[in-house]
Every structure is written in C-alpha cells, then in structure tokens.
Design a protein around this ligand. Structure first.
Ligand code: 2HG
Ligand code: ZN
Length: 464
C-alpha cells in the first residue's frame, strides 16, 4: 500500500478532520523541545476514545507502521520526536478529567490532561497534585507517565510513579489492560502498571490514568541562600533537613542568575552576588517552624556556608524566588544548550560534582557552562551553551565527545545518565553507562512481549 492509501485508511478510524498531513502540523507535532532531530512524520492522528486508539494500534500492526505518542511536546530527550516517517498519535482531544473520588482522593484522567489542569482541579477540591515543574502549563499527564516526570518537589513527594494509582493501557498489540485497579494494596505478582511508567510509549499507550491527590500544603515559604562555593551547599542541605521537612531543595550557579536578571522581569533575591545559590522550601505551619528555619540559617552563616539569604514573607515573594530557579531552562533555550540530566545518590554529590566540574572545565574552556538542578535529589542539570560562532552540528558533535567522559564519571559513581528527562533518542546510545548489558537484554525482551511487531515508538530508549 502506498503511504497515501494508508493515510486514507487511517482517516476511516477516527472522526473527520482528525488526521493531519499539512507541513505545519507535521513540523509542530513531530517534535518536542529538543533541537537535535528534524521532525519528519507522515501524519498526525487525534483519537478521541480508547476504541479509536485500539483501532489505530491494530491498523499499525497490520501495516507495520511505526507510531509515536505525543503529549504536550515539552520533552527534553526526543522521546516524542517522529524523525522517520512515523504516524504521530496526539492525545490533545483526550483531555478530560473523567471522575473524582473524594474518599480515595483520586482523579481519573485522560492522557491529554495538562499537568496544571490536574493541579488546578485538585486545588478546587481542597487537595494538591504535587508533581510540578516549569512546563506544567503545557505538559500532559500521559507524557509525564511516559517519562516518569520528576521536577521540583521530588524531595518530599517523589516522582510521577508515586502518584499513579492505576492505568488503562493499550498494548502494542491493541489489547486493553486495566492495571492495578487503583488499589493501595495489591500483592498479586508483577505490577505491570509500573512497567508502563517511564516506558516512553515503547510498550503501549496510556489511555486513562487514575492519579492520587494529597492534602494541600500550608503556608509554603521559600528561602534563597547564597553560598561561597559548591561544597557549602551539601552541609546546608544537611542542616536544614535535620530541622525541617523540606518540600524542595534546589540550586543554581551565579551564571544562571546572570541570565535570569538579564530578562529584566525577575528581581534579584538580595544584593550580594555569590558563586552558588540554594533555594529551599518548607511549610511554615507554626511560628516554631519559621524560627527553626531562621536559627538554621544563622548557624549556616556562622559556619561560613552561607553569605547572604532571604526568606519569603508573602505569596508574591515566594513566586518571585521560585522564578529564579524555574525560569532558567526557558531563559537559556535560545542558546541551543547541550543538556545533561544526571544523578547520583545525595551523599556522593560533592565528589561527583568536583570530578565532573574539572572534566568540563578542562574540555570546554571556551564554552559557557551552567549548573542548576534538584540537588536535594542528587539530580544535576549541566547545560553547555552554544557559542554563536559554532554551527549546531559542530557544537553537538564536540559536546558528544566530552559527554562520553561525563558518562564514564556517572558510571563510576553508580549514577544515572537521565535522572528525570528520559532516554528518548538523545541518550539511547549511552544507556549502557547506567544499565548492564543483561538488564538491557531483559528490557528488550519485555518490549518484545508487549510490542511484538516493534511499532511502538521504535528507536526510543534503545537504538533502532
Ligand atoms: C528543570 O529542572 C528542568 O528546570 C529542565 O528539568 C532542565 O533545562 C534543563 O536542563
Ligand atoms: Zn529538572
């Protein structure tokens, strides 16, 4: 069958107008936020029901057509990029919150529900959906599940995985499975729900997700603390963790602050400039908690770990302090950064960072290197900015060489080459630095069970 005939057949499976093939749509829906690969899908299909998703998957099996799931397209590892003539399956029209259970504190979501839509829904019910990150306004729940998204509250609430009570999935054969049935306790063998979380659409498509909600936090309060060097951040974390239940502990370098202040719309936290900054957050539920925070701050100053600091006194100040950290990724995106999203256990962070830092400084003497991330989770975002004079391809090629050495260090520290952005296409060639050959063998075998025809997001996680 020709591609044109295939697309005509595809059109019969969904509502009129729900298959697009115009150049603009192919370019838009064929990519995510990465800039490494040129989008080249053959069509975009928008199912409106589980039955339509099943029909699309069965059709793809019959004709051996590769399918790429697409959510809010905010991914940073090219897991939702269609660069090889695939059909993109967009969940934009499966975007309803179908049910709310007050007693179980759960919301049943279609995959295209925007993260913020769920956060706002929870707030309306006096509850809280705690997985949060800068792209919450566009990312979708299905995509969050596909990458097991993390973000800025992981230190307290964990990753997306912790909030998925149950899943309905369409496997690579078109079969519908109902996984875990929203139970808290369920000791009946393999938990297939967990396999689909973080699978990047390589096993099947999530068509419904029951998400857990939590009690709303009370009087969230943030502090930004300036430190004289990177080594001071970890004792600061340790000191605050000993006294408070932190809801976040993030960090960024002074170079990141430079970029944020250049925007002109975010105020500096305080006048002093220091090499690094920690941003921490807690629930100031009582006077004692706020006093403990201030006493810990003073202790850190006495120890020489902190040079200056500020504590939010209002919701507006809280928001402004968070902008210093949350706006970094978007603010530097026009520099076409080469991104790393690496992690180690928290105790190994100082030695690990020192090793990586010296590697990066000796190999990228002419490049601007920005450090920020979720240091309380052992997760560092290393962004290398492209100099104007270099072409994108030359720059990425140079970075890829050094990257191997970065990943050797990650491997030495038993770390992860992708803490929260997923593997997709940008990290697939490096999977062996985090997973053993035997483990990868089992992973591929699992894929073959759920997707025997190899049509589900091929070339993601593992090379083609
Ligand atoms: C963040 O923590 C996001 O801001 C993006 O995970 C990280 O842009 C990045 O490298
Ligand atoms: Zn992050």
């Amino acid at each position: 069958m020709t591609t044109a005939a295939l697309i005509e057949e595809l059109k019969t499976l969904v509502e009129p107008g729900k298959v697009l093939t115009d150049a603009d749509s192919l370019a838009t829906y064929g990519k995510d936020w990465t800039k490494h690969f040129a989008p080249a899908p053959c069509a975009i299909v928008f199912p409106k029901s589980t039955e339509q998703v099943q029909a699309i998957v069965r059709w793809a099996n019959q004709h051996r057509v590769a399918l790429v799931p697409s959510g809010g397209r905010t991914g940073l590892s090219a897991a939702a990029v269609a660069a090889n003539g695939e059909v993109v399956v967009s969940f934009d029209y499966m975007n309803q919150i179908l049910e709310f259970n007050e007693f179980d504190r759960t919301a049943v979501c279609q995959p295209g529900v925007i993260t913020q839509q769920l956060q706002d829904f929870a707030e309306d019910k006096g509850l809280y959906y705690p997985v949060d990150f800068a792209s919450a306004g566009s990312s979708q729940i299905g995509g969050n599940i596909g990458t097991n998204a993390g973000g800025i509250k992981v230190i307290r609430y964990g990753m997306t995985r912790n909030w998925v009570a149950g899943l309905k999935v369409v496997t690579g054969t078109g079969e519908l499975l109902e996984l875990n049935k929203d139970l808290i306790k369920n000791a009946t063998g393999y938990d297939l729900r967990q396999l689909f979380i973080g699978a990047e659409g390589t096993l099947g498509f999530v068509v419904e997700a029951t998400m857990r909600l939590d009690r709303a936090p009370r009087n969230l309060t943030a502090m930004v603390l300036g430190t004289p060097d990177f080594d001071s951040i970890m004792p600061v974390l340790h000191a605050f963790q000993g006294k408070l239940d932190l809801t976040a502990f993030e960090f960024f370098s002074d170079r990141c602050l430079d970029k944020i202040l250049d925007r002109g719309d975010v105020p500096a936290p305080f006048e002093t400039r220091t090499p690094f900054y920690a941003l921490l957050e807690f629930e100031a539920t009582t006077e004692e908690v706020a006093e403990a925070a201030l006493a810990t701050f003073e202790h850190c100053v006495e120890q020489g770990w902190v040079l200056d600091g500020v504590m939010s006194q209002s919701e507006q100040q809280l928001q402004n302090l968070w902008k210093l950290r949350e706006y970094i990724s978007e603010t530097i995106s026009h520099f076409t950064p080469y991104k790393n999203d690496i992690s180690v256990t928290v105790s190994k962070v100082p030695a690990f960072l020192a090793d990586i830092d010296s590697l990066v400084n000796s190999n990228y003497p002419d490049f601007e290197v920005l450090w920020y991330g979720h240091i309380g989770d052992g997760n560092l975002h290393l962004n290398i900015l492209k100099p104007d004079a270099l072409s994108k391809d030359e720059f990425f090629a140079k970075c890829a060489t050094v990257n191997k050495w970065v990943f050797e260090v990650v491997q030495k520290y038993n770390g992860s080459i992708s803490a929260e952005h997923g593997v997709g296409m940008t990290k697939r060639d490096y999977l062996g630095y985090s997973r053993s050959a035997a483990e990868i063998g089992y992973m591929k075998a699992i894929k073959a069970v759920f997707d025997p025809a190899g049509i589900m997001n091929p070339g993601k996680i593992f090379p083609l």
